[in-house]
Design a protein around this ligand. Structure first.
Ligand code: 5GP
Ligand code: ZN
Length: 114
């Protein structure tokens, strides 16, 4: 999608520090990290919000979650713990309208978030 920041990162029109990519997904470092690890996992296909997911997307979302777990394992904090978050729409503070799974880890995280 032409005006989408994360589509531009996926297309390499905007630089980012990539962590992983495959046929369906791209993962990259958040530009404003909230923890020692803050990675964003996005589908290559533009999907604006969680509300736009289709029944056929179950596998895609599962891959996103599993990718977070694999990155946590690779970075050595899978056993200590970590957080995965999808923000959806204004009340949750979604600021980029291309779904992304936040992976936060590497420190103890407070709950609940603000
Ligand atoms: P949201 O608030 O939509 O759930 O999360 C958007 C995330 O994208 C934020 O954590 C923000 O720091 C990150 N972000 C915004 N602009 C950029 C950018 O240009 N590059 C990268 N790597 N992350 C970005
Ligand atoms: Zn997009």
């Amino acid at each position: 999608m032409a005006d989408c920041l994360f589509c531009k990162i996926i297309d390499r029109d905007v630089p980012a520090t990539l962590v992983h990519e495959d046929g369906d997904l791209v993962a990259f470092e958040d530009i404003n990290p909230g923890a020692p690890t803050h990675v964003l996992i996005v589908p290559r296909r533009h999907i604006a919000t969680l509300n736009d997911l289709l029944a056929d997307d179950h596998d895609l979302v599962g891959r996103m979650v599993r990718r977070a777990a694999l990155i946590a394992r690779d970075r050595g904090f899978a056993e200590a713990g970590y957080r995965t978050v999808f923000n959806c729409n204004a009340d949750a503070g979604q600021s980029v309208y291309h779904i992304h799974l936040h992976l936060l880890g590497g420190r103890k995280l407070a709950w609940p978030p603000g």
